[in-house]
Design a protein around this ligand. Structure first.
Ligand code: DX5
Ligand code: ZN
Length: 222
């Protein structure tokens, strides 16, 4: 599989916006439209006010395609379920700093399993909460909506956190990806990219676009 660097612009359609009655076809549609990663939003009904899908669905996608699987765990106990998502075929697993677990340990276990790790912070969480972990991560995900649902509006007040992350990454000579998730479309992607994000998650603006290929191309050139 390709080795992705923070210099790459990576477009990651979120399966949450797909038609769940035909997940295989929807994944193929995203791949043919030019998706780089597939973003998989796992919700447990506790950490966020919604329930989506779990390891069995991810394993089925993994077995039917070889696209990079970017798994975003919005669950209260990521440490408890981690091994099942690794086994399901995730290529990257990101966990929330606000969840109930030993964050450093979960990040370490993910890397020890030979896949990439990521840490996520909600819009209301200060950047200082993730600072201690920056030297042990492959990806920092800055939520640009309150997680739980697709189709919400981009929160521009998150942009200074992305700028702070870029600055610290340079100062410490690190090389993690910076991902944004929530409300990303043609109008908002340039703001996130200008701030320093290189991985763009987009649900409704890709899966619900009249032409998914055009939508992904637009985000790639934003
Ligand atoms: C929000 C999820 C997002 C969501 C994005 O809880 O983490 O990945 O699917 O959806 P859009 O792009 O529609 O805002
Ligand atoms: Zn997500």
């Amino acid at each position: 599989m390709k080795r992705w660097t923070p210099q790459d612009r990576i477009i990651a359609p979120s399966l949450l916006a797909a038609n769940f009655a035909k997940i295989g076809d929807e994944t193929s549609r995203a791949i043919h439209a030019g998706a780089d990663w597939m973003h998989l939003d796992v919700m447990d009904g506790h950490f966020v006010d919604n329930i989506s899908f779990g390891p069995a669905v991810i394993q089925a996608i993994h077995e039917s395609n070889d696209i990079f699987l970017d798994v975003h765990l919005m669950i209260s106990r990521p440490d408890h379920y981690l091994d099942r998502f690794i086994k399901a075929g995730a290529d990257l697993i990101s966990v929330h700093v606000e969840a109930d677990h030993d964050v450093a340990e979960t990040l370490k276990r993910t890397r020890d399993a030979g896949i990439l790790n990521g840490i996520v912070l909600n819009p209301a969480t200060p950047f200082s909460e993730v600072e201690p972990y920056l030297d042990q991560i492959d990806l920092l995900l800055c939520m640009t909506v309150v997680p739980g649902f697709g189709g919400q509006s981009f929160m521009a007040e998150v942009l200074p956190k992305i700028e702070a992350a870029v600055k610290l990454r340079e100062e410490r000579g690190l090389s993690f990806h910076i991902e944004v998730d929530g409300g990303i479309k043609l109008e908002t992607a340039p703001l996130a990219v200008a701030a320093g994000a290189n991985v763009l998650v987009a649900g409704s603006s890709t899966f619900s676009a009249p032409d998914m290929g055009e939508a992904i191309k637009g985000l790639r050139n934003a």
